[in-house]
Design a protein around this ligand. Sequence first.
Ligand code: HEM
Length: 521
Amino acid sequence: MIFHILSLTAKIIVAFFSLLLAYFLSPIVLRHLVTDEEGNRIPPGPPIRYAFLRKYAERALDGWAKRYGGLFSIWMGSQLFVIISDPHVAKDLLVTNGAIFSSRKRYFMKSQIILKGRAITGSPYGNTWRQHRRLASLALSPKSMEGHAAIMDYEAHMLMKSLYEQSHRGKVSLNTTQATGRYALNNMLILSFGIRTTSLNDPLISKALRLTMEFMELTGPWANVVDFFEILQYIPTAKRTRGHQLYSDMVDTYGSMLLQFKTKMVAGEEVPDCLIKTLLENQESEKLDWEDICMLSAVFTLGGVHSVSGMIQWFIATLPSHPDLCARAQEELDRVVGRDRWPTVEDEFNLPYVRAMIKELERLHAPFWNATPHFTTEDFSYKGNFIPKDTVVILNCYTLHHNATRYPNPFTFNPDRYLEDNLSCNESSKLSDPLARDHWAFGAGRRICPGLQVAERELWLVCSRLLWSFNFQAIPNEPISLEEYDGLSGRTPKPFRLHLAPRFEGVSKILDSADDVPLYL
Ligand code: HEM
């Protein structure tokens, strides 16, 4: 009897593992079976299903791109992905056929648990996305940008000043994360809520940066098994609890700012032009509920903070190991701008080397190696490949940005490659020749980053002024890693410290010429 039970158990275990093996090896067969009417198969790729990809997923994708080419596919659990690693394919699919390639998968962690189906970045392609993007674009329009030009200039001033003060006027080493985070946060708070923080110690900064990092840790496009094995969605996990907690923290933090703003508005007090003013004014006509407004403004702020502060952190991390390039940029700044004032937005196109440094930064240290995954809404056949409806589409920026033909010596930080590039990133993203485009850091097609022009301006003001104001030195025995990073969705450098000293006497005069003040808007 016992023998029978044991044998039955063994049979069940063997059957279970055989089924599991068959499931994980099924792509071998599926790659032949899944075809369109003409018999085109899905793009080539690995013969097994994966459950998730580890940290630094871009390295695995890069290896596969070398093996399978500019368009390959991979199964993650039940989800088919296609990966674009070739500029022509990127343009053909994401831009030319944007009507089919511009949706978003309803990721379990990101879209369902944390965003609860709201916010622009997670919305499927359709009327709600169009409506939210149109409303957000009002806050980012050239007119709105001009309205905010003086305050953005001022925020860059306050960042330089706080770095100077934090380093005790260049005497002690420092970690710049809080200051750069505050810069990006203030710009986003002003655009979204018409407010700013007035000191590095404001608790809102730590809170907002913590929420941002948590979002980037929980929403990696490859990292959550639960996104690809639906059955696991019924099992509670610690990670899911973190997701729920993040949702409530976001609603608490940004909802209370929203409430304060609305109270003022209802009381007839003067309120500044900003995203939530637009949303509240149009709440009824656009049929927006409270949670829509809250999540729209929260995620808008969060995305803009993480990416911009991350890029500035990468810039600062890069400078100590490139004193020759800093000297070249500083020679250009001294020659064109002089030492009696610092660079402004108007100087940008007269400083080609500094501009080239920023473009090279965006290429080599793009904050999102996988952009934000797109999703197909129809079956599509492309050059002998079949891409079914409901496929996740990844723009593989890591491989695109390290293509040795397009960017010789791709791992070297070499601004010279952009010296002749006179276009803004926005203009470059509209070029008809995808090989002429500067890079893909802001994504592509209809979902391209709507904050691109704000980000360009923020980066210009800070990077040019950092170079104008300071010299940068690593601390002995504290190497700054340019390879490792934090975050599974967006990436920021590992925490580091450095010495940052004013370049000449006149720097302090300019820095001291303004103080941190509450917003008067
Ligand atoms: C250096 C800074 C930035 C980088 C590198 C960046 C990059 C990106 C990327 C790669 C995407 C996905 C594009 C795609 O799906 O093809 C994106 C989307 C988005 N970005 Fe940015 N971004 C930056 C700054 C900003 C700023 C400052 C804002 C707000 C003012 C912003 C708001 C958004 C929004 C709302 C989306 C979602 C768009 C949609 O799904 O339709 N970003 N960004």
